[in-house]
Design a protein around this ligand. Structure first.
Ligand code: AMP
Ligand code: MG
Length: 524
């Protein structure tokens, strides 16, 4: 018997109306709505670690009841399904009410140890927030969310999790490339899991409408359930507590984005409605993984023009998003100073974490201001040589500091001409790097210790876009082993897995400009 709580609907103001009829919902943080049943649910994949973390019985996972529940065809006792009401800034513009257009929270599972896990179905049918859309999700985007949330967790990046992926047996029509050629695709539902899916946008919406009592209730709820340390702290008053909440969100967001830069993850659509108040990576849509290092790359076709969400710009966007959250919290905090301090803490934390990660990636004990030229030059070399980011850092760990040679880096390159052209510059960088490493002495220069430290932060296996494409293509043809196989590789991203070298390979040529591999639309 599983124990479910319903604190969000119990403690916060809700919409008096029920059901999925589209509407603007004022003065309320959610609407009660049930998943719409699907015709032929079938379980595609399960994340065993999440099953265990939730304290679920692995035997139950194999039953038709499990599949029915996570397809939205059945509810368990204690589940009080609802969709959350939130707004957001999309591509820099206020977009008004958005809400869970296709996400329905089933309930808050309380584990025997007392941990709270919100279980949410994505693609479970229409809600009051679906606007003109159908509330469903296609198999390809659901596979991408399922795989990447688990991959990020195993990489050590704060993220929402995914329990399972269920096929619905119903077709969903999507115009994948926005070119007026809609096609039917298989539908699917991901059950995602997090302590909470509250976003910056949940605060922005009531703030934008001047609904201060609602805003305050949400902030108090968030503090009470997810920041108990701040509630216990002796602070002058409530205002100070809301300031402390903002500060904590800034710090967490900074750390998460520093991790993104470490592993080469590009979120692709960092709208404020996709920013978690818990600092988790949230909403895996048109995200991508950097193959050849390029700070200017964005995977999102909708973003191709302004490239607002490009790899190298993510820290700045996170900061800007935090300024939107600050604006929403201002009426509660009452004063701008604590909010400015929070933003400063973001900058400090990001710089600190980013510097520590970069030092570790390079096998150095620490980086100082003097090292800036070395880092700037490295980025320029990687771009000019069109070198694979992930492979570069793994191979760098094999560099013999006593006799450095660029041959260890041979398989980083996508283009022979660029490899030849960049070689003198690369050699020069390597010489500077080796000298810098020697300046630290042992243990930095000890080859075994050095490789071990570098390989602990530089993943060997990441959820490369083309790997996901291959898994998706096989799954669309009915063979789900590509999904479970890739998930299994991504479970141990830092450890060489004999026989699975192909998963660590460079992006193949066919995927260079292939839609779905190098370019993704928001259509999902
Ligand atoms: P997402 O890509 O799920 O983050 O969606 C962006 C916004 O559009 C959110 O407000 C979603 O709820 C909404 N949305 C996206 N796709 C659908 C869909 N198929 N049905 C209903 N709402 C959707
Ligand atoms: Mg979203």
């Amino acid at each position: 018997m599983l124990t479910f709580d319903d604190s969000f609907v119990r403690e916060l103001p809700g919409d008096p109306l029920q059901g999925p009829e589209r509407r603007q919902v004022h003065g309320a943080l959610f609407s009660r709505v049930s998943p719409t049943p699907v015709s032929a649910p079938h379980l595609i994949a399960v994340a065993d670690e999440v099953v265990e973390a939730l304290g679920l019985d692995p035997a139950w996972v194999k039953t038709p009841e499990f599949t029915a529940v996570f397809a939205g065809n059945a509810l368990l006792p204690g589940m009080q399904p609802y969709s959350a009401n939130y707004g957001g800034h999309q591509f820099g513009n206020w977009a008004g009410q958005l809400g869970d257009g296709r996400a329905i929270t089933l309930g808050e599972l309380i584990t025997p140890s007392g941990a709270r896990h919100e279980l949410q179905l994505k693609g479970a049918g229409p809600t009051p927030y679906s606007r003109t859309a159908d509330g469903r999700a296609v198999l390809r985007s659901s596979i991408r969310e399922f795989l990447c949330s688990e991959a990020m967790h195993h990489l050590g990046v704060p993220t929402t999790r995914a329990l399972c992926l269920v096929g619905t047996g119903d077709a969903v029509v999507r115009d994948m490339f926005y070119d007026g050629r809609p096609a039917a695709e298989p539908g699917a539902i991901v059950c995602r899991v997090a302590p909470s899916f509250i976003r910056f946008g949940n605060f922005e919406l009531p703030a934008s409408r001047g609904e201060l009592p609602v805003l305050k209730l949400l902030a108090d709820y968030t503090l009470r359930h997810f920041f108990p340390g701040l509630v216990a702290e002796a602070l002058a008053d409530d205002r100070a507590r809301y300031g402390a909440l903002f500060h904590e969100v800034c710090v967490r967001t900074a750390t998460t984005v520093a991790h993104w830069q470490r592993v080469g993850f590009v979120h692709g659509v960092m709208n404020t409605d996709n920013m978690s108040i818990l600092g988790l990576t949230l909403d895996y849509g048109p995200y991508g993984w950097v193959d050849n290092f390029d700070p200017g790359w964005t995977p999102n076709t909708t973003d191709a023009q302004g490239r607002r969400y490009r790899f190298g710009h993510q820290p700045q966007v996170a900061y800007w998003n935090l300024t939107r959250l600050a604006g929403a919290l201002l009426p509660l905090v009452g004063h701008e100073d604590p909010l400015h301090e929070g933003l400063e803490a973001f900058v400090r934390t990001f710089e600190q974490d980013d510097r520590a990660f970069t030092a570790a990636k390079l096998g150095l004990a620490k980086l100082g201001a003097d090292d800036e030229p070395l880092l700037t030059e490295l980025r320029a070399v990687l771009v000019e040589g069109e070198m694979d980011m992930t492979i570069f850092y793994r191979r760098l760990a094999e560099l013999d500091l006593a006799a450095p040679s660029p041959t260890v880096l041979a398989d980083c390159f996508y283009d022979d001409a660029k490899r030849v052209a960049v070689e003198p510059r690369l050699n020069q960088w390597l010489a500077g790097y080796v000298a810098r490493a020697h300046s630290e002495g042992a243990p930095t220069t000890d080859p075994v210790a050095r490789a071990a430290r570098m390989n602990a932060v530089n993943p060997l296996y990441v959820c490369r876009n083309y790997l996901a494409v291959e898994a998706i293509e096989r799954a669309t043809a009915g063979d789900y082993s590509g999904v479970t196989g890739l998930l299994d590789v991504l479970r141990r991203p830092y450890m060489p897995q004999p026989g699975r070298e192909a998963y660590a390979a460079r992006r193949p040529e066919w995927a260079r400009n292939r839609p779905g591999a190098s370019m993704l639309s928001c259509s999902s």
